[in-house]
Design a protein around this ligand. Structure first.
Ligand code: UD1
Ligand code: MG
Length: 416
C-alpha cells in the first residue's frame, strides 16, 4: 500500500534530507573539533590495542557531543515541517527535544567528571523530566490475554478482602491505577502515575544498556545504528498499514537524523578508532530510543529490538550490584602474543557448575559477565574488528527475531 497521509510523506522527506545533511556535517565538523576535546584532556587509551604501537595514543573521548549537536540542529530545523497545525504536537516535539538535549548535556558532564556508577543512574531520570511533565498522552496499557478476564473480574467485583486484594487496592490508589473497560475487544489498564514511573525506568534502562554494552571499537555507535534502522523499519511498516500514523511519523522523523549523524560518527569510531563516542553518545542514543518508544507507544517493540542489551544487562546484574567483584573496565583483554581479543576475567572461586563453564585464564578465574566476553568465550579469540562485526550481525539477527515475535506472536497474546 501507499503511505496515506500526504503531509506525513512531506515530513519524512524533509527529515531524510536533513539526515543526509547531518551525516555530511558530522563528517566535516568532527575532525575540526576533536583536537579541542583532546587539548582539554578529554582523551582515552584504546585498551584493546595493548602491545601494539597504537596503545600509547591518546584518542579524543566524548565525541558524541559533536554528533549530538548536529542531530539537535537537524531536529530544531525540522520543526519548520512538523506540528505547525497543532500546539499539542508541538509540545510533544519540543519536550522530546528538550529531554534528548538534557541527556546529551548530562552525558557530557559524565565524560568530563567521570561520575561513579551510582550517580550515572540518576542522570537519565533527571533528563526524562521534560518528557514526563509534558506528557499528555494515554497512560493505559493493553492487558495480555490470559490476564484480562482476571482483571475485569477484580475490577467488577471489588472482590473480598483477602491480603492480595487489599495490597492490590493499596497499590492502585497510590498510583491511581484504574481497572478498565473493554475497547474494541481488548482490555485496557490505566496505569496512571505508574505509567510515568515505567517511562522513567525505560529511559534509565535504554541509556545504561547502550553504555554497558561497549568497549570495542564501533560497538556503541554500531549497535545504535542497527537498532535505529530496525525501529525505523517498524515505523515505516506501520505507516504503510495506516496504523497510528501520527506516532510513527514522529518517531521516524527523529530517527532519520539520528541515523545520519550516527553514521557520520561511526566513520571515526570504526576500527581502528580515531574517536571514542563517550558516555555523551551512549546517553544521547538511549534517550532518543526511549523518547520515540514512549511517544510512539511501542515501548514493548522497542525492548524486543534490545535483546542483546537486555541479555548483557541481566548478565551484568551480579557485578553491577557488587554481589561479585566489578573492575572499572570489563572490556575484553588483548592476548598480545596472538594479537587476538580474549575474555577479561575477575577473581572468583566457586564449585558451582555454572562457574566451571565460565572459567577462563591460567589461574582459573571467571570471565567478566558481559555478552561481549561470553561471545568470545564461546566462539574463541577474535580480532577486534571481526568481534564487532559479529556482535552487530547478532544485533541485526535479534532485531529480526524481535520482529517475528512482534508480528506473529503478539497477536496471540494481545489479540491485535
Ligand atoms: C562501561 C562498562 C565498562 C567498559 C566501558 C568501555 C560496565 C559497568 N561498564 O563503563 O565495563 O569497560 O564501558 O567503554 O559494564 N574504550 C576502548 N575502546 C573502545 C571504547 C572504549 O578502549 O572502543 C575505553 C577507552 O579507554 C575509553 C573508555 O573505554 O576512554 C571509556 O569508558 P567509559 O565510557 O568511561 O566507561 P563506562 O561507560 O563507565
Ligand atoms: Mg561509556
Amino acid at each position: 500500500g501507499q503511505i496515506e497521509d500526504r503531509s506525513a510523506r512531506g515530513q519524512l522527506q524533509a527529515s531524510a534530507a536533513l539526515a543526509t545533511l547531518g551525516y555530511v556535517a558530522t563528517i566535516y565538523v568532527l575532525p575540526t573539533f576533536t583536537p579541542f576535546l583532546a587539548r582539554s584532556g578529554l582523551t582515552g587509551k584504546d585498551l584493546c590495542k595493548k602491545g601494539t604501537a597504537s596503545a600509547e595514543k591518546e584518542i579524543p573521548e566524548g565525541t558524541g557531543v559533536i554528533a549530538g549537536t548536529m542531530f539537535l540542529i537537524c531536529v530544531v530545523i525540522l520543526q519548520l515541517f512538523y506540528g505547525r497545525d497543532s500546539s499539542d504536537k508541538m509540545v510533544d516535539y519540543l519536550s522530546a527535544l528538550l529531554s534528548i538535549c538534557f541527556m546529551t548535556f548530562l552525558g557530557f558532564t559524565d565524560d568530563v567528571l567521570d561520575l561513579p556508577w551510582r550517580y550515572k543512574l540518576l542522570l537519565p531520570t533527571v533528563a526524562t523530566l521534560p518528557l514526563l511533565c509534558a506528557y499528555d498522552g494515554s497512560t493505559s496499557i493493553v492487558v495480555p490475554r490470559p490476564l484480562d478476564h482476571l482483571l475485569v473480574a477484580v475490577g467488577a467485583g471489588g472482590g473480598g478482602d483477602s491480603v492480595l486484594t487489599l495490597v492490590g487496592r493499596a497499590v492502585s490508589s497510590v498510583f491511581s491505577i484504574t481497572v478498565p473497560g473493554k475497547l474494541g475487544g481488548v482490555v485496557l489498564l490505566d496505569l496512571g502515575m505508574a505509567y510515568m514511573v515505567y517511562m522513567g525506568l525505560l529511559a534509565v534502562f535504554c541509556t545504561n544498556a547502550v553504555n554497558i554494552y561497549a568497549g570495542i571499537n564501533g560497538l556503541e555507535a554500531g549497535q545504535s545504528f542497527v537498532v535505529a534502522c530496525a525501529i525505523l523499519a517498524h515505523n515505516m511498516h506501520e505507516l504503510r498499514r495506516g496504523r497510528d500514523t501520527g506516532n510513527h511519523t514522529f518517531s521516524a522523523m527523529l530517527l532519520l537524523p539520528f541515523i545520519g549523524t550516527t553514521l557520520g560518527l561511526l566513520r571515526y569510531n570504526w576500527y581502528p578508532a580515531r574517536a571514542f563516542v563517550g558516555d555523551t553518545y551512549c546517553y544521547f542514543a538511549g534517550m532518543t530510543f526511549a523518547v520515540v518508544g514512549i511517544h510512539g507507544h511501542f515501548s514493548k517493540t522497542l525492548i524486543l529490538m534490545f535483546l542483546p542489551q537486555v541479555t548483557n544487562f541481566l548478565l551484568s546484574v551480579p557485578q553491577l550490584f557488587k554481589v561479585l567483584p566489578c573492575p572499572r573496565h570489563r572490556l575484553p583483554r588483548m592476548d598480545t602474543e596472538k594479537g587476538l581479543l580474549v575474555p577479561s576475567t575477575m577473581p572468583y572461586k566457586s564449585e558451582f557448575p555454572v562457574w566451571q563453564f565460565l572459567r577462563s585464564g591460567p589461574d582459573g578465574e571467571v570471565i567478566n559477565l558481559t555478552l561481549i566476553n561470553l561471545v568470545l568465550h564461546v566462539v574463541g579469540p577474535l580480532r577486534e574488528r571481526s568481534l564487532c562485526t559479529l556482535l552487530l550481525a547478532l544485533q541485526a539477527a535479534s532485531c529480526g527475531f524481535g520482529f517475528v515475535i512482534r508480528y506473529y506472536f503478539a497477536g496471540l497474546v494481545y489479540g491485535s
